[in-house]
Structure formats: C-alpha cells, structure tokens
Design a protein around this ligand. Structure first.
Ligand code: SF4
Length: 455
C-alpha cells in the first residue's frame, strides 16, 4: 500500500499552547555546488533555534529544501542507513567558477515546489529564520531571499548559521533585516532577533542550543543527535571555535529521551553531530551508551564528524560497539605527526586507539579515517604516506578536501596558495581544490581514488 498522496505540497504550523505567540518559520536553503550527497545531513543549528522559539511560546514551522518533506515528492532512492543522493537541477557555473571543469547544480526540492509551499503557508509567518552552511553555498541563500521577498514583502528575514558567522560582511550585503553571527543563545543575538518581532526577548529556555527539534521530519530514514557543543582543540584548518567558542555537554538522560522518542517513531539510524563526542566521556557519551545498551535499543549509530582517536580507550570502544556504532569515522588528517596543522593526535594515540577499536570487535573494513587533501603547501609524497599508513591498518582512507575558511589560522597561508581570490566565498569551495596548483582535475581525482582503494 502506498501512503495517501497529499494533493498539494504544504507545511503547517506546529500546535502550541499559546495560539497568540509569534509565528516563526525556519528555512534551510538549497545547496548550490558541484557535488552534494546526503550523509545524515540536517540543519542542526536551525533545529536548535526552532526548539528555543517553540519553548518560548512561538509557533514554529520548518521548510527544509534539502529534505524530501512529502511522501510523494520524487526523490532519489536512499540507502537503508538513511544516506543517499539529492535531486539536482543543473545550472551554469556561477561567477568566478566559470572555468571549473565540473557541473554546477542546485540540490534539493524543486524551486517551484518551494515557491508554491511558501505561498500556501497560512497564516503567514511573523519572522523567518534562514540558516546557512558552507560559505560557498551563499548563492542558495540569495536565491531563497529573493523568493521570500517576493512572497512575503515586509516580513523580517533573519540570516544565521555558518556562512553568516564566518563572512558577516559578505552576508550583510544580502537583502535581509538581520545577520546573526554566532549562536542564537548568545544574549545579544536572542535580544536582536526578538526585536525584529517588536517585542522584548523572553528568558532563554533551559538547555538552549543543546536540543534539536526534529519533529517536523516525516522521513524515518534517520535522525540526528547532539550531545555537546564546541571542541577543546584549535586545528589550523577548522573554524569550530569561531562558530562556538566554549564546550558544553547535554544531560545524557535528555539525549536518551530524544533518541527514544525518535525510536518510537520508527527511526533506527542516528547520526551524532558533536565535534568532540568523546571529550569528557564520563559525563555524556558513557552514560548515554550504557542507557542505550540497558534499554536494548536496536540502533545504528553514525559518527560522520569523526571521533577523536586519542579518547578511544578499550572500555569506550566496547561500549560503542555494544550500543550499535555502525559508521566509524576517525579524525586522522595526516601521518606527519611531528609537523601537523593541529595537535589533536600523536602517533602513539593513533595506534592505541585503532588497536582498541579492533580488539573491541569492529571490522576494519567498516572503519574509515579522514585524510586531509589539498592543504596549502602539502606535498604529494606526504599525502601518499598518510594514505599508506591508514591502509596498513586495513581501514579506508577517506580524502577530505580542504576548504580555506575565514578566521582559521591557515587562512592567510591559503590565500597565498589559492588560484582564485578568496575574497569571494565561492573560491572556498573544496570541490575546486582551491589551494592545489592547477585546481581540480578529473584525471588527478581518479588517481587519488585508485590510491585510496584497498588493494
Ligand atoms: S578536533 Fe575537529 S572540531 Fe575540533 S578543532 Fe579540530 S577539526 Fe575542528
């Protein structure tokens, strides 16, 4: 039996005890890029913001252009772990990317469907929150803002998220009423957003920023979990500290409750969005895993953000295994342990951590380690060595293509190596290999893919 087909694409306001509260619509814009694949992707920051508004008396709605949203919306087949491709519409390469030998696309829901859905939302919103992700995806934000201005003239638009935080001047040139830099739970940001509604800000709800409102998603393929915010490290290529400067952990009981509620909806795949999931393990991840095990939930856990290998002691590896960790991603980056652009891993920690995973029963064929590709000044032989080192453990090297990010300590060096001016965030796109001499090449890409494949 097929589910009933809605006749028209609509989204609705979530019921709220206070029907007089403001209506806040959150939107996740399209991805405009050369490539995109759904690896348990959700706009976590926006979901945390909607949770904060909902618990402050607002009525909320979500339009995620990167989610199928309606059961009858045509969508490429997803895998049973919840991942899969997005539908795409080919577009001409924008601006400075004109000469890149790759095909540019808009990924996500058809633009016309989004336009119709917005036009049908009744009653209209009082405030629209737009999130943003990669700096070089700003064309998707611009396209959405243009659509919103036509559909809802006079309704305040507030832009937040990663692009807005890392490129506030660039984002400030867009036709929005407010650019929020940093987390909404910062008192100034919270105040400024409520000012757009013409009212004073209510007190911030408890655990603001640590709870995700995932209830708007119909798909049961996967859900996301957040056990902490922030990261104690300062890797030269990462902007984590610009996005969130401290480190906070959620109450593991509350994280478990979120998982349990999603489990009751039929969801079995859960992706952790933490940057430092294993840091201070005793106060969050250990009790959470113990609870999952004791309640005998049959889950498949995924860690796309990579685990810190230095914290992988044997007991923790056992717990991860028994709780159902399925997708194991490790932050390796490079085997140049003596001169790496971060201090998060020593060789002895790497070896010990991988050994513990294997002893705990993880199949090396199911483990992948991220290897950084395209760092400014990176030598080919160093990269080759890193790949070899990872392969020697029987695990897969997964190349992560470097993107120069404003505000990181490597950014100025990247500016000197880049083959396009980095003032335009389009040039931060890691698909063009911004700091590799000669830029992206299909032939080189094939060569690296062959090298990372297991023999
Ligand atoms: S450990 Fe990961 S999240 Fe933390 S700063 Fe380094 S790359 Fe960023």
């Amino acid at each position: 039996m097929h589910p009933p087909r809605p006749r028209r694409p609509v989204i609705t306001w979530r019921p709220c005890a206070d029907q007089t509260g403001p209506r806040v619509l959150g939107i996740n814009p399209w991805v405009y890029d050369f490539a995109a694949y759904n690896l348990w992707s959700r706009p976590a920051g926006l979901l945390a913001c909607l949770d904060m508004f909902a618990r402050s008396g607002a009525r909320t709605a979500l339009l995620d252009t990167m989610d199928r949203t309606w059961l009858d919306q045509p969508w490429p087949v997803t895998r049973d772990n919840g991942t899969g491709p997005y539908p795409r519409t080919c577009l001409p390469n924008p601006g400075i990317l004109g000469g890149v030998p790759r095909r540019f696309s808009r990924y996500g829901l058809p633009r016309e469907t989004v336009a119709q859905t917005l036009a049908r939302l009744q009653p209209p919103p009082d405030l629209i929150l737009i999130t943003s992700n990669m700096t070089y995806w700003y064309p998707g934000v611009i396209s959405l803002v243009q659509l919103l201005r036509r559909t809802y003239p006079g309704i305040p638009l507030c832009l937040g998220g990663i692009y807005a935080t890392l490129c506030p001047d660039h984002a400030g040139s867009l036709d929005v009423d407010l650019v929020v830099s940093g987390p909404l739970e910062n008192a100034d940001n919270w105040e400024a957003v409520w000012n757009l509604l013409g009212t004073g800000a209510p007190p911030l709800p408890e655990d603001s920023g640590l709870r995700l409102d995932t209830s708007n998603y119909q798909e049961q393929g996967f859900s996301v979990v957040l056990g902490s915010r922030g990261c104690p490290f300062r890797c030269g290529y990462c902007a984590g500290h610009k996005l969130y400067s401290g480190f906070r952990q959620a109450d593991p009981e509350k994280v478990f409750k979120h998982i349990q509620e999603e489990y009751m909806r039929g969801i079995r795949n859960f992706a952790f969005y933490d940057d430092a999931l294993l840091f201070r393990a005793e106060s969050m991840i250990v009790p959470l895993l113990e609870k999952i095990i004791s309640m005998d939930l049959k889950l498949r856990l995924h860690t796309p953000n990579a685990l810190h290998v230095r914290y992988l002691n044997f007991e923790l590896c056992l717990l991860l295994k028994r709780a159902g960790l399925h997708t194991v991603r490790l932050g390796f980056e490079t085997s140049q342990f003596d001169c790496r652009p971060d201090s998060k891993l020593r060789r002895v920690e790497w070896e010990e951590g991988v050994r513990n995973l294997l002893r705990a029963g993880f199949d090396p064929r199911g483990i992948a380690a991220y290897v950084l590709f395209g760092l400014p000044g990176q030598k080919v032989r160093e990269l080759r060595q890193s790949i070899k080192d990872v392969l020697s453990w029987g695990i897969s090297p997964e190349l992560t293509y470097y993107s120069p990010i404003p505000g990181t300590s490597l950014f100025e060096q990247a500016r000197r190596s880049a083959w396009l001016p980095l003032d335009d965030p389009l040039a931060h796109n890691n698909s063009i290999w911004p700091c590799v001499h000669g830029g992206f090449s299909w032939k080189e890409r094939q060569r690296w893919i062959r090298m990372t494949s297991k023999q």
